[in-house]
Design a protein around this ligand. Sequence first.
Ligand SMILES: [Zn+2]
Ligand SMILES: [Zn+2]
Length: 329
Amino acid sequence: MQWINHELYIAPIDAYIDPIKPVDKAIITHGHADHARPGHQKVLASRQTIDIMKIRYGEKSATSFQSMEFGKPLRINDVTITLHPAGHILGSAQISIEYRGQRVVVTGDYKTIPDSSAQAFEIIKCDLFVTEATFGLPIFQHPSPHNEINNLLKSISEQPKRTHLIGVYSLGKAQRVISLLREAGYDHPIFIHGALEKLCDYYSSEGINLGLLRKALVQDKETMKGAVVMAPPSALRDRWSRRLMDPIICQASGWMTIKQRAKRSGVELPLIISDHADWNELTSTIDSTEADTIWVTHGREDALVHWCKLNGKNAEPLRLQGRDEELEI
Ligand SMILES: [Zn+2]
Ligand SMILES: [Zn+2]
């Protein structure tokens, strides 16, 4: 396909998808920092992604913003752009671009399992499918998130005097874990680190049920005994968390599959809750798109490229720079 290149630059409309450096025209899949950057001239994205960019980077973080509704095509020159839900975080979109009878779909990050804090993933048939591969190895088979939440609830009931301090990325993971807890019937107030406040408020204002949230203040450490406290992973190891009394350190992440990694970061109760597709989701999604060409980016490209080739598809790794889930804070 001549009109889109490995930097996800779409020549006929002179626009980039999720560019790392400031550009004139950017189409943004979702609000995580490795996809949405400040400093572009024109930004095209879902309304919620634009709201999130403004919350994180400021109202003037781009010269102009244009929001698009999911499923409503926008025609620019001879190019038709449509956003479809990616199921990753609130407002996250796959970008479909049609030009001269061919369709390209760029997923950004995605997952296909249900998540009540994000719009449900949709399969879009296409000719070229650009997929992430954060968990692109067969060893990554995420358990059901409900199972992980049950483990957490069990630990809370077994150790009712200790604080459960959960490390969560501030955008997406925090709100998903809270809404999973609410769905499981946990109705106590949940304490949140100040870094999570604005985005939790935003999710609530968008109708996601987060229940009663309270700011985690050090002077309330007695009250937080037996409670759930959420904080960004970086706060788990700093002075802030040491002020809590004898907390049980938990972390919610797809990476918790790797036991040594959990141990190394001092995580006592790992919760394998991922906002990215696991190996089976990646391969079945690739099949369902019926695309004959697959570009793989964002993580462990090689195994997925190999799988595609074995299954009769053209596949290439895209070595986009600056893409790493670790950056998503
Ligand atoms: Zn992301
Ligand atoms: Zn990402």
